[in-house]
Ligand binder design. Structure first.
Ligand SMILES: [Zn+2]
Length: 258
């Protein structure tokens, strides 16, 4: 198959017949009606943490044509419906209770959105293709091989509305992972909409499943600032977490190596 044929296939199911998809859904424009003059920053970072490209785009206007009509109007649309009742108060920094089902809905929406963000022109595609396939197969829950964290941010973030960071990671783990390689690659995609930041973190090694990932996580001083929403803990979480990120704290969280 030549490259142009691949580029015309849906990144989730492989079907042809692609339709434009808003990276950030249109309902966000209803949630933030005063965005006309707002700016959103996109930053792309490599494994060394160096910013390769930074640009400004009006929030919630970016469209990519990488998914088919069936995915776009089917399960992806359902993720918006499932997630919005929780995402909206979280984005406004309002108190909300997150059941395990709600955590799953928000986490799945986060993974889907991060996967679309990868195809914004100039972005770095860091998420493993197998994770797209796994999301398509599961549809209403994230791949087992990734984790999702949710953080609350202060009201006075800069820039005001959205920020995106993508980075690939090369990790040397101790003890050695349950796979042949000593060095494994992974990714971290972080994006913020107003007062909600979501981070998706995963390894590009299919044999590394959830229990291993959790053992490897070093929350450091970030524990008060984050809720792990995937895999879910099985208990209800109160939103927001005790700590609220300022702009510099969120950036450090987005860019950390471990
Ligand atoms: Zn599709």
């Amino acid at each position: 198959m030549d490259a142009s044929a691949v580029s015309r296939s849906c990144v989730f199911c492989g079907q042809s017949g692609l339709t434009p998809e808003h990276v950030y859904p249109r309902w966000l424009r209803e949630v933030f009606p005063s965005i006309k003059n707002e700016k959103g920053y996109h930053e792309v970072c490599g494994p060394d943490g160096v910013i390769k490209r930074r640009w400004i785009a009006r929030p919630f206007t970016v469209v990519v044509s990488r998914v088919c009509r069936s995915c776009n109007s089917g399960w992806m649309s359902e993720l918006e419906t499932d997630g919005r009742p929780f995402l909206e108060p979280m984005m406004h920094g309002q108190k909300v209770s997150l059941s395990p089902e709600a955590q799953t809905a928000v986490a799945t929406w986060a993974v889907k959105t991060a996967m679309m963000l990868q195809y914004v022109p100039g972005e770095l595609v860091v998420i493993h293709p197998a994770h797209y396939t796994e999301l398509f197969q599961k549809k209403r829950q994230p791949p087992d091989t990734c984790m999702v964290w949710a953080s609350a941010c202060r009201q006075d973030m800069s820039p005001p509305l959205i920020t995106t960071w993508s980075r690939s990671l090369i990790l040397e783990t101790e003890p050695a992972p349950p796979a042949a390689a000593d060095t494994i690659s992974g990714y971290r995609v972080t994006f913020r909409v107003n007062q909600l930041a979501l981070q998706i973190w995963g390894y590009n090694v299919e044999s590394l499943r959830e229990p291993y990932l959790i053992q490897q996580v070093d929350y450091g001083g970030y524990a008060p600032f984050i809720h792990t929403i995937w895999p879910t803990s099985g208990t209800e979480l109160t939103w927001p977490p005790p700590g609220l990120f300022a702009s510099d704290g969120l950036e450090a969280f987005a860019m950390r190596i471990t």
